[in-house]
Design a protein around this ligand. Structure first.
Ligand SMILES: [Zn+2]
Length: 228
């Protein structure tokens, strides 16, 4: 896909044909229905004023994610569709998508998540670890309620991380943050108090769990299980 291509119908169509080819490569594992694809395409326009570069730069799509088996977190969750809804507290954007079905992550959805969870301060985009989405999905399953995850922070560029560290020593910003690897997210959930979300995450033991009651969010990452 051309760098700088305008997001929209044309991009959507070419992404679909890309996905079609991708699924042909992975044929035999499973297929995504056109309805799944349509669901994956639901995203409000990415023009939000924060991104100074091209929000539709797809050069970071990881072809290895195609047909990649789902993570240990969700292996026991069967073959269900995994759908998540987000509200980004800094950009005001909503995003709702089916990012995986059974063992297969949807590469179009992962690409959208990379953009959506990019560094909103600098416009930089980084691959987001799909297992992070599986952790959110598992928490939603534990809750038993479909809701909206409010995103406080996703990917952070080194520049943004240094800025946040300098701004507040008590902000919980680590110098080697997994946010800088696309492996951490700070969220709250519409259907549960943040304390409950933390407790579910501790039960899950799928990665790091940090609780920030003053700012009312939980940090989740795909590093080794630890809590603070
Ligand atoms: Zn965090």
């Amino acid at each position: 896909m051309n760098k700088g291509e305008t997001p929209g119908i044309q991009a959507g169509l070419s992404r679909r044909s890309f996905l079609g080819r991708a699924l042909a490569v992975g044929a035999g594992l499973m297929t995504l229905s056109s309805a799944d694809l349509a669901q994956a395409m639901i995203v409000k326009a990415g023009q939000n004023g924060f991104f100074k570069g091209s929000p539709a730069d797809t050069s970071n799509v990881n072809p290895l994610a195609i047909g990649q088996p789902a993570s240990a977190t969700t292996r026991r969750l069967g073959s269900s569709k995994r759908r998540l809804a987000f509200y980004h507290t800094h950009t005001g954007e909503d995003l709702e998508l089916t990012y995986a079905v059974g063992r297969i992550y949807n590469p179009v959805a992962l690409e959208q998540l990379n953009t959506y969870l990019g560094d909103f301060r600098t416009g930089e985009i980084h691959e987001i670890d799909p297992e992070l989405m599986d952790i959110l999905w598992a928490l939603q399953q534990k809750s038993g309620k479909r809701g909206v995850f409010s995103v406080i922070s996703g990917y952070r560029s080194p520049r943004t991380n240094a800025y946040l560290q300098g701004r507040s020593r008590r902000s919980g910003v680590a110098s080697r943050s997994l946010h800088m690897e696309g492996r951490a997210i700070d969220v709250r959930f519409s259907e549960e108090p943040t304390e409950a979300l933390r407790d579910y995450a501790i039960d899950l033991q799928a990665g790091g769990v940090g609780f920030y009651p003053e700012s009312d969010f939980v940090h989740l990452d795909t590093g080794k299980f630890r809590t603070w």
